[in-house]
Design a protein around this ligand. Structure first.
Ligand code: COA
Length: 256
């Protein structure tokens, strides 16, 4: 029987660890993995506010994801490109209602880099390496890198990464903002990402979700529309029982 491509493990307190599981191929993203991740996200979405944060990682210590599966890519034509097989999946990760944190132990190349960029936050270890080697293979990075990379690192740096195909090592990834946090050893990567996820999970879930929606809209909307969205999101929070309870709790603790 073929191994399960995507493993989903509850970590308690609303935190879920999702592992892309094809270590012998450095977790190269094939169609089975795309379908597996869609199915995992379907199931997690249906659990509503019970799922507070997701950590996404790759099995083994060598790779987050070493790109789309090149054997499958070679057979794809214009119809498959237009279907946006990986692009739609990564957009889905980006729009997943709860925050998704990438835990990057090793290679995050091609589609792997694009998948990490679609996550809300990225934690890496000393061997985390990012890059967009697509043009060496006759294609461009078309699952979001040309759009998300400039938004994260700026257009000039994004052009360098995409046009030169250079690999970005952990320290530099931290310096340019691809990594939010760099830990000292590979073993610490997933625990650190889970720690971040637990912190997110403690916070008001609707507030976190609506903040994510507003932040995701930030660079696509004009300022007035963005501010209006933010106010409407706040209106939902202001009317929530969670807000009343959390504020009362603060006031009680500080003796009011
Ligand atoms: N698609 C399909 N298979 C891949 C893959 C990919 N993107 N990346 C790695 N693999 C496979 C290798 O073919 C190899 O399989 P095998 O053991 O059956 O021969 C296995 O994973 C291990 O990879 P290997 O190349 O032996 O490891 P390495 O440590 O020498 O090199 C990389 C690691 C990441 C530098 C190298 O695997 C690589 O360049 N991968 C392709 C990266 C890429 O171009 N991605 C973008 C695709 S658009």
């Amino acid at each position: 029987m073929e191994q399960e491509r995507v493993l989903v493990e509850d970590q308690g307190a609303g935190v879920v660890l999702v592992t892309l599981n094809r270590p012998e191929k450095l977790n190269a993203l094939d169609l089975a993995m795309v379908q597996g991740l869609h199915a995992a996200l379907d199931a997690l979405e249906l659990r509503g506010l019970e799922v507070r944060a997701v950590v996404l990682t790759g099995a083994g210590d060598k790779a987050f994801v070493a790109g789309a599966d090149i054997a499958q890519l070679k057979e794809r034509g214009a119809v498959e490109a237009l279907a946006g097989i990986n692009s739609r999946l990564f957009r889905r990760v980006e729009c997943f209602p709860a925050p998704v944190i990438a835990a990057v132990k090793g290679w995050a190349l091609g589609g792997g880099c694009e998948l990490a960029l679609a996550c809300d936050l990225r934690v890496g270890g000393p061997k985390a390496t990012f890059g967009q080697p697509e043009a060496d293979l006759g294609i461009l990075p078309a699952a979001g890198a040309t759009q998300r990379l400039p938004r994260i690192v700026g257009l000039g740096r994004a052009k360098e990464i995409v046009l030169l195909g250079e690999r970005i090592k952990a320290q530099e990834a931290l310096a340019v903002g691809i990594l939010n946090r760099l830990v000292e050893t590979t073993e610490e990567v997933v625990p650190e990402a889970l720690k971040m996820a637990r912190r997110v999970a403690e916070r008001a879930p609707m507030a976190v979700r609506l903040a994510k929606v507003s932040l995701n809209a930030a660079l696509g909307l004009d300022v007035d529309s963005g501010l209006m969205l933010e106010s409407v999101a706040q209106a939902v929070c202001f009317e929530s029982e969670d807000k009343r309870a959390r504020m009362q709790d603060f006031l009680d603790k500080s003796g009011h």
